[in-house]
Ligand binder design. Structure first.
Ligand code: PGA
Length: 251
C-alpha cells in the first residue's frame, strides 16, 4: 500500500487569531499538496473559525473537547460545536492527562463522542520517565490504548489516529531515538492490527520532533507521521518537517 504521512502541529496555548491566520497564510506558500501528505494544525479554540477553509491543504483540528453534547459545563466546548469547524480533535494529550487530571475513562468518552459526531480523534498515549526506566513502557501504552479505544464501533476505526508521545520527550528537546520510537510503534501497530484488522490506523510520533530529526523518525517502518509541538510554531521549522515527509513520499 502507498505510504501516507500525517504532519501535525499542536500549537498548545500559543498564537492569537491574527497570528494563527498569518501562520497558515505563510505556510501555504511553503509546500504543494501531494498524494499521501496530510498536514494538520491544532490551534487554540479561539482561532478555529478564522482558520476554517483558509487553505484546503492545511487541515484543522481542536486540541481538546468535552464529551457532552450540551449543558451547564462552563468553559467547555462540545463535539457539535466543533463539527463544522474542524476535521480532527486531540484526545488525551499528556498535558490534559497530567495537568488537568483527565482519566482514561474520560479520554475514552471523548474519543467515542468525537466519533459519534463525525470527527477524527487523535488518541495520545505515552509513558513517563520513571515508567520507561522501570521497563513499563509497552505495558503503559497498551493499557492506554485498551482503555482509550474501548467500544469503538467497527465502522469507525478508519477515522482513528494514534499518537505515541513519550512524556519525557515532550518539550524537553530530548526526543526518543528513531530506534526507541520504532520499537514502541511496532508494538502499537501490532496491537491496533489485532483490534482493527483491515483498517490501517496511522500512528504518529510526538516529542521534540524538529527538522533535524524528522526525516529519520519518519523513515521508521511503523511511524506514519509526527505530532509536533514547539517546532510547529514557526513556519520555517514546520514547513521543513513537512518537506521531510514530502521527500520520503517522492523517494
Ligand atoms: P514538543 O511537543 O514537540 O514541543 O515536544 C509535542 C506535543 O506535546 O505534542
Amino acid at each position: 500500500m502507498a505510504r501516507k504521512f500525517v504532519i501535525a502541529g499542536n500549537w498548545k496555548m500559543y498564537k492569537t487569531v491574527g497570528e494563527s491566520r498569518e501562520f497558515v497564510e505563510q505556510l501555504s506558500g511553503q509546500f504543494s499538496a501531494a498524494e499521501g501528505l496530510i498536514v494538520v494544525v491544532f490551534p487554540p479554540f479561539t482561532s478555529l473559525a478564522a482558520l476554517h477553509g483558509l487553505d484546503p491543504k492545511v487541515r484543522i483540528g481542536a486540541q481538546n473537547m468535552y464529551y457532552e453534547e450540551k449543558g451547564a459545563f462552563t468553559g467547555e466546548i462540545s463535539p457539535p460545536m466543533l463539527q463544522s469547524l474542524v476535521e480532527y480533535v486531540l484526545v488525551g494529550h499528556s498535558e490534559r492527562r497530567e495537568i488537568f487530571h483527565e482519566s482514561d475513562v474520560e479520554v475514552n468518552k471523548k474519543l467515542l463522542a468525537a466519533l459519534k459526531f463525525g470527527l477524527k480523534p487523535v488518541l495520545c498515549v505515552g509513558e513517563t520517565l520513571p515508567e520507561r526506566e522501570a521497563g513499563q513502557t509497552v505495558e503503559k501504552v497498551k493499557n492506554q490504548l485498551h482503555k482509550g479505544l474501548e467500544g469503538v464501533p467497527a465502522a469507525d476505526w478508519e477515522r482513528i489516529t494514534v499518537a505515541y508521545e513519550p512524556i519525557w520527550a515532550i518539550g524537553t528537546g530530548r526526543n526518543a531515538t528513531p530506534g526507541q520510537a520504532q520499537e514502541v510503534h511496532r508494538h502499537i501497530a501490532g496491537r491496533l492490527r489485532e483490534k482493527a484488522p483491515g483498517s490501517p490506523i496511522p500512528v504518529l510520533y510526538g516529542g521534540s520532533v524538529k527538522p533535524e530529526n524528522s526525516l529519520e523518525l519518519l523513515s521508521q517502518a511503523d511511524i506514519s507521521g509526527v505530532l509536533v509541538g514547539g517546532a510547529s510554531l514557526k513556519v520555517e521549522s514546520f514547513s521543513a518537517i513537512i518537506h521531510s515527509g514530502l521527500k520520503l513520499l517522492s523517494a
